[in-house]
Design a protein around this ligand. Structure first.
Ligand code: C5P
Length: 378
């Protein structure tokens, strides 16, 4: 039986970027937040003498070879698993694209983690049977054990040192924003974005994702940022200090932002469809206070080049109106933008404004960690 895995999108709730580093990367400080919208990744696998990976997709823009993040992740994991399994594996992966490709929503990175989860789920019975492993005794990624851990709210405030490091390391080799999908919910991202720290979750919040037709190249956006650093004299040292302060501010806001007894998302975070979750209660997002000070540094280089994206942000924001967004921003380096709203009605009003402007968009909600793991397998 193939395993079907939901592969969720993320947004960045603010993104601080440092000056370029000697290793070619940039230090970051961000909060990643997973969303309900997702692709579906189907994995079929069985042990075989020689490892083979076959990739298919419903979207012709998805590369079907070793350039694909799901391919990279599975091939790294099989190398790592090889010693346990004593053999290779025959793997088939199908990626059903529902999210925009290259949109700043981390879709490709999420596909990598979904493929890993699918691979583990598929191979676990063979490993228990053929390697004499009892359930949960595995030294490799044991998805069931791992997901249970991730789903327990008490773990939400702990630090990354407590998380299984092996698969996070593998994920970090695939891309800087892959490990966050091994945590889910609200996640502090540091270093080049791959160092992940689970934060206490926000209640599900209504979100509208705008998907402009134009694409933004992430490496180019980083190069443009480098130009801005030179012009403004931003040194690596000064930017590290700034990112460290930002990191502390996020941690304080999230730990102090959710009073005892108000963790409404409980162990699953699942609410009946259509319930107006954010209002009339004050939004958890507002309680953290972060919307008053977070910003995405990429906007400083992407908006001057693509003024239409700044215009979409204004459309999402509707500042000064009763339906104004709690916050709106570019996600990652774009080109996707998002708005967060107090009520479903406010979000739908934003959708109408975008539709009038001819901008494609999707209505969704933020997805807490418990629900992320509880709903991952279809
Ligand atoms: O890690 P990932 O493969 O996503 O990075 C793609 C490119 O984006 C890197 O080669 C680098 O140019 C840039 N990048 C960066 N700083 C980061 C993450 C990515 O400069 N923190």
């Amino acid at each position: 039986m193939p395993t079907k895995v939901r592969s969720h999108a993320k947004i960045n709730l603010g993104l601080g970027i440092g000056a370029p580093r000697a290793d070619g990367f940039h230090s970051l400080c961000t909060v990643y937040q997973t969303l309900e919208i997702h692709d579906v990744v189907t994995v079929w696998a069985k042990p075989a003498d020689v490892t083979s990976i076959r990739l298919t997709s419903n979207d012709e823009r998805v590369p079907l070879d070793e350039r694909n993040t799901a391919w990279k992740m599975v091939s790294l994991a099989l190398e790592d698993l090889g010693s346990d399994l004593g053999t290779g594996a025959e793997v088939a992966i199908h990626i059903e694209k529902r999210l925009p490709v290259q949109g700043g929503l981390g879709a490709g990175s999420a596909n990598a983690v979904a493929a890993l989860v699918g691979l583990e789920t598929e191979l676990q019975p063979f490993r228990e049977e053929e390697c004499g492993l009892s359930e949960g005794s595995s030294s490799w990624l044991d998805f069931r054990q791992f997901s249970q851990k991730m789903g327990v709210p008490e773990h939400a405030g702990s630090n990354a040192g407590n998380w299984p490091g092996r698969q996070i390391d593998l994920a970090a080799q695939v891309g800087s924003d892959v490990p966050l999908f091994l945590v889910g919910g609200a996640v502090l991202g540091r270093d080049r974005g791959q160092a992940v720290f689970p934060l206490p979750d926000l209640d599900p919040t209504w979100c509208v994702v705008a998907v402009p037709d134009l694409g933004v190249s992430t490496p180019q956006a980083f190069r443009d940022w480098d130009g801005l650093c030179v012009r403004e004299g931003l040194t690596a040292e000064a930017s590290e200090d700034r990112l460290e302060q930002l990191s502390r501010a996020y941690a304080n806001a999230f730990s102090g932002g959710i009073p005892e007894g108000r963790q409404r998302s409980g162990s699953s975070g699942v609410f009946p469809n259509g319930e107006d979750l954010a209002g009339p209660l004050e939004s958890a997002l507002v309680r953290t206070g972060i919307t008053s000070w977070i910003q995405n540094d990429f906007e400083r280089v992407v908006f001057p080049q693509h003024p239409s994206l700044a215009e979409i942000k204004r459309t999402l924001a509707a500042s000064g109106t009763p339906e104004a967004a709690l916050y709106s921003s570019l996600s990652g380096s774009g080109s996707a933008l998002y708005g967060l709203y107090r009520t479903r009605g406010d979000a739908e009003a934003a959708q109408s404004r975008l539709e009038q402007a001819g901008v494609r968009n999707q209505l969704t909600r933020t997805l807490p960690r418990g629900a992320y793991w509880a709903e991952m397998l279809l």
